[in-house]
Write a protein that binds this ligand. Structure first.
Ligand code: NAD
Ligand code: UDP
Length: 312
């Protein structure tokens, strides 16, 4: 049955793909965004659809809307952006989460929180299972995001315990694809944009740190399937469990772009996790979730997108 769905952070990278998918399924979609890292043109194709609305609003302020479901995606995801105003990042994660949980409670909506693999910090367990409690610095430069997201999860479970709010919690691992912003600072967009422009490819540290990269279409399928679960509330890891070093990623991007860029090595930022890879057993068991896009294929599609958008 068609629903009225609120997507906070709807003008952002993942949020805009989610808007598109939920409209395709016949729902009414309200995207809400303060345009910190989101852009109106991510949603351009949707403006003609009468079932779509876009609201400029900041979730750190309360809002009254009548909706059936809330996807709480609002929060800058790139370290460069979330560290640019760390106190605001904390406010978005805590005040914003409280406002959205309050809204869900008032109208009886189901609410899904976009949590993150960062709740595991620099993990001492590998791969990371949902049962792992993490290794997080409380006072470092990543803490506004990591601790903000951890507190947001706590709020979800406390609203469930005290007020029976219908929560779902997903922990997203590094996701990439079309509509990332070129100067967003995340590794996939940085490397592709540098390779296309023939600039040096900036590896932080020696490039031996690992990440597991998920193509956005796979992730969005997992997100919607989690929202539609009747009883399972999470938290559940979502991503792709292929693990690559940052150096392998740089070499892949240079080859696929056919670039003459050279690799240069810059200092590793503080608290940069050494290894990261999701254990996806729970997602497989409960959601029948299986990522389908191999890194090389997703990188090719993302290169195509950036070539077109940088020339536009
Ligand atoms: P993004 O920065 O592209 O999107 C975030 C969106 O939220 C932007 O449109 C931004 O303008 C909006 N926003 C930020 N603060 C807001 C506020 N206070 N009020 C209203 N809107 C606000 O990032 P993304 O990659 O699309 O990430 C979406 C969500 O998924 C985030 O919550 C992020 O923490 C989470 N996540 C993403 C990844 C990833 O690899 N992309 C990994 C883990 C978690
Ligand atoms: N990174 C890099 N060069 C860049 C941007 C990032 O080597 O130009 C590294 C970064 O230090 C980290 C990894 O790539 O080890 C992933 O960084 P990103 O910011 O994309 O995500 P996160 O660290 O939050 O997983």
């Amino acid at each position: 049955m068609a629903k009225r769905i609120l997507i906070t952070g709807g003008a952002g990278f993942i949020g805009s793909h989610l808007c598109e998918k939920l409209l395709q399924e016949g729902n009414e979609v309200i995207a809400l965004d303060n345009f910190h890292t989101g852009r109106k043109n991510n949603l351009e194709k949707l403006f003609a659809n009468p079932k779509f609305e876009l609201i400029r609003h900041d979730i750190t302020d309360p809002i009254k809307l009548e909706v059936d479901q809330i996807y709480n995606m609002a929060c800058p995801a790139s370290p460069v952006h979330y560290q640019s105003n760390p106190i605001k990042t904390m406010k978005t994660n805590i005040l914003g989460m409280m406002n959205m949980l309050g809204l869900a409670k008032r109208v009886g909506a189901r609410i899904l929180q976009a949590s993150t693999s960062e709740v595991y910090g620099n993990p001492l367990e590998h791969p990371q299972k949902e049962s792992y409690w993490g290794n997080v610095n409380t006072i470092g430069i990543r803490s506004c995001y990591d601790e903000g997201k951890r507190a947001a999860e706590t709020l979800c479970f406390d609203y469930k315990r005290t007020s029976n709010v219908d929560i779902r919690v997903i922990r997203i691992f590094n996701t990439y694809g079309p509509r990332m912003i070129p100067d967003d600072g995340r590794v996939v967009s940085n490397f592709i944009v540098q390779a296309i422009r023939g600039q040096d490819i900036t590896i932080y540290g020696d490039g031996s740190q690992t990440r597991s990269f998920c193509y956005v279409d796979d992730l969005v399928r997992g997100i919607v399937s989690m929202m539609d679960q009747d009883h399972f509330i999470g938290p559940v890891n979502l991503g792709n469990d292929g693990e690559f070093t940052v150096k392998e990623l740089a070499e892949m991007v240079i080859k696929e772009v056919g670039s003459k860029s050279k690799i240069i090595y810059l200092p590793l930022p503080q608290d940069d996790p050494t290894r990261r890879k999701p254990d996806l057993s729970l997602a497989k068991e409960k959601l029948n979730y299986q990522p389908t896009v191999p890194l090389i294929e997703g990188i090719k599609k993302t290169i195509q997108y950036f070539k077109a958008s940088l020339n536009a």
